[in-house]
Design a protein around this ligand. Structure first.
Ligand code: 0O2
Length: 235
């Protein structure tokens, strides 16, 4: 056996000994358990927020005779994305830094029918006394330079466990079907491997975002028209 191969084998053996050392095993098991528990709390927070939106959807559909929510998509941020975000901010990867500095571990995306519904739902949620608003970014009123539009809220919501109440952070993105269509496709294109957007392509994407904003505005005025006609009929 060549020396370098032998050295690799020795190194591998040392690493495995260290990994399977009893103390190391129980230490890493403890961390893993705490990480899994934290992620379970975030999942509970997602359920709480989803329920709040489902209740609002139910109530609004009775009141306005239509559903303001077309769909809800939720996700837990993956560990590699959490790690990458902490590294970008020069922060260590610990459970405390995750809870303190990563505000979008729990993410709830609410896809609305019309732009007005975005604000109606956001206002109704923020009025609830167990919800606290930490941050609001209105990329509908002020779209990102690439054309991205959505309303982002970072909120806290309590979750009730057997013996304690925990306050968890959740990022909520509210957007219309048209905004979601644009963002989903832009995300797919952006993450295509080994491809950089040319200036023309970025401009084309911006134009598509403008078109989707126009579509939203036209659909909103159609809805207003239909609703005012209905009110007129009733009177
Ligand atoms: P994922 O996989 O959706 O979670 P930060 O969150 O700190 O990195 P910032 O600027 O404070 O950055 O957050 P911001 O602008 O509120 O946006 C965060 C999230 O909004 C992103 O999450 C996306 O989901 C969405 N988003 C923001 N800008 C764009 C955009 O230009 N295109 C698309 N398609 N989505 C966008 P993540 O963590 O990037 O990804």
């Amino acid at each position: 056996m060549k020396n370098s191969v032998l050295e690799d084998k020795v190194r591998e053996r040392k690493l495995l000994d260290a990994l399977f050392d009893d103390e190391m095993m129980s230490w890493s098991k403890g961390i893993l358990e705490r990480y899994n528990r934290l992620m379970a709390y975030y999942r509970c927070a997602i359920m709480e927020v989803e329920t709040k939106f489902n209740v609002l959807n139910e109530e609004f559909s009775l009141r306005y005779d239509r559903n303001p929510i077309s769909g809800i998509k939720s996700r837990l941020k993956k560990l590699d994305s959490i790690k990458e975000k902490l590294e970008r901010r020069d922060l260590p990867l610990t459970l405390d830094t995750i809870e303190e500095h990563i505000h979008d571990v729990a993410g709830v995306r609410v896809i609305c029918s019309f732009v007005d519904d975005v604000y109606l739902l956001a206002d109704a949620l923020l009025k609830q006394d167990d919800i606290t608003l930490l941050e609001k970014k209105d990329y509908i009123a002020n779209p990102k330079p690439n054309g991205y539009r959505s309303l982002h809220l970072i909120v806290t919501v309590p979750i009730f466990l057997e013996h304690e109440k925990r306050i968890m952070q959740v990022e909520i993105q509210l957007r219309t079907i048209a905004m979601d269509f644009w963002a989903s496709l832009e995300h797919q294109l952006r993450y295509k491997k080994d491809f950089d957007f040319t200036e023309e392509m970025a401009k084309e994407l911006q134009d598509c975002a403008d078109l989707s904003a126009q579509l939203d505005a036209r659909m909103d005025s159609l809805r207003e028209h239909v609703e005012s006609e209905n009110t007129y009929d009733v009177e």
